[in-house]
Write a protein that binds this ligand. Structure first.
Ligand SMILES: NC(=O)C1=CN([C@@H]2O[C@H](COP(=O)(O)OP(=O)(O)OC[C@H]3O[C@@H](n4cnc5c(N)ncnc54)[C@H](OP(=O)(O)O)[C@@H]3O)[C@@H](O)[C@H]2O)C=CC1
Ligand SMILES: O=C(O)C1=N[C@H](C(=O)O)C[C@H](O)C1
Length: 276
């Protein structure tokens, strides 16, 4: 029983930018065993997940587009299984429901879920007494930025968020920007009281309006990876917090932590700050 005691992990979105990083990180983790790799992209079917991720040796785990049989397989492992999801905003809700239904714990990085969908999934996970983690950003630097923003919000009544991403990103604003605005909104303040009647000469010029009057501006350009600024203003001063991602490996310590933590949970938890 070589794999006894190891956490069985399935990666959904295995051929994508994040999925490939997760395959490498799981393969190198001493307490985990990659048991499945799912991806719907036709050109990657049956390819070895390890070779696709750039490992020197194959992992003998072929990419499949068959999610339900893979979840059923993971559910039969001796140890409780985890599915890591980095797929697409359009499919993530159904993916999570299926995983919980099979008793496989979801660790979700895919963004684009609405607050109503997250609440619905929390109810479903509660009923099933199954752990589920939804983490819009796995990097430690972003948790620190959000904590600094919460501290600053005590002293500033005006704040806007700019998020900048590569132009292959499907959803806007980013899940991270939405979560940052939610965290600031939960502090019981209303920000950005208008002092003039504003007119948008081109719709969208002032960005989207998130929680408690916080504006989010989304930029999409080739050459970017993932970046966020939270800009506070008060008369005579500007305080800017900025986080830059230069390599997707920055998310991997958070992903591995979440895989370990989700096994201890019996309900849904939203945000890396709640488990570190
Ligand atoms: N939480 C975090 O820290 C981070 C979150 N993200 C989020 O993760 C998600 C994925 O990002 P990224 O890896 O850059 O995206 P990619 O497009 O590079 O990868 C997604 C992969 O999933 C495949 N896919 C799409 N739909 C499905 C499905 N229903 N089932 C299985 N596979 C599917 C895609 O195939 P095809 O190309 O054929 O569509 C692709 O291979 C995004 O929502 C992004 O915002 C990204 C970085 C960090
Ligand atoms: O699509 C991305 O790349 C990223 N998506 C996440 C988000 O929407 O916040 C996390 C990070 O910003 C990278």
């Amino acid at each position: 029983m070589a794999n006894q005691g190891l956490i069985p992990v399935v990666v959904n979105g295995a051929a994508g930018k994040m999925g490939r990083e997760v395959i490498k990180a799981v393969a190198e983790a001493p307490d985990m065993n990659l048991v499945g790799a799912i991806d719907t992209s036709p050109e990657h079917q049956n390819k070895d997940a390890g070779e696709l991720a750039g490992l020197s040796e194959p992992l003998e785990v072929p990419i499949t587009n068959q999610m339900e049989p893979m979840l059923a397989f993971a559910a039969q492992e001796r140890e409780p299984g985890v599915v890591v999801d980095f797929t697409h905003p359009d499919s993530v809700y159904d993916n999570i429901r299926s995983a919980i239904a099979y008793g496989v714990r979801p660790v979700v990085g895919t963004t684009g879920l609405s607050p109503e969908q997250i609440q619905d999934l929390a109810d479903f996970a509660d009923k099933a007494s199954t752990g589920c983690l939804i983490i819009p950003n796995f990097s430690i630097g972003m948790v620190l930025l959000q904590q600094a923003a919460i501290a600053a919000s005590q002293y500033f009544d005006h704040v806007e968020i700019i998020e900048l991403h590569h132009n292959q990103k499907a959803d806007a604003p980013s899940g991270t920007a939405i979560k940052t605005a939610q965290m600031l909104g939960e502090l019981g303040k209303t920000y950005n009281q208008a002092i003039v009647n504003e007119t948008e000469k081109i719709p969208g010029a002032r960005g989207s309006q998130a929680d408690e009057g916080i504006r989010i501006h989304s930029i999409r350009l080739p050459g970017l990876i993932a970046h966020q600024e939270v800009i506070f203003g008060s008369p005579g001063e500007i305080y800017t917090l900025r986080h830059d991602t230069s390599d997707r490996t920055c998310y991997m310590p958070g992903v591995l932590l979440a895989i370990r933590k989700v096994l201890q949970l019996k309900s849904l938890v939203y945000g890396l700050e709640k488990i570190i």
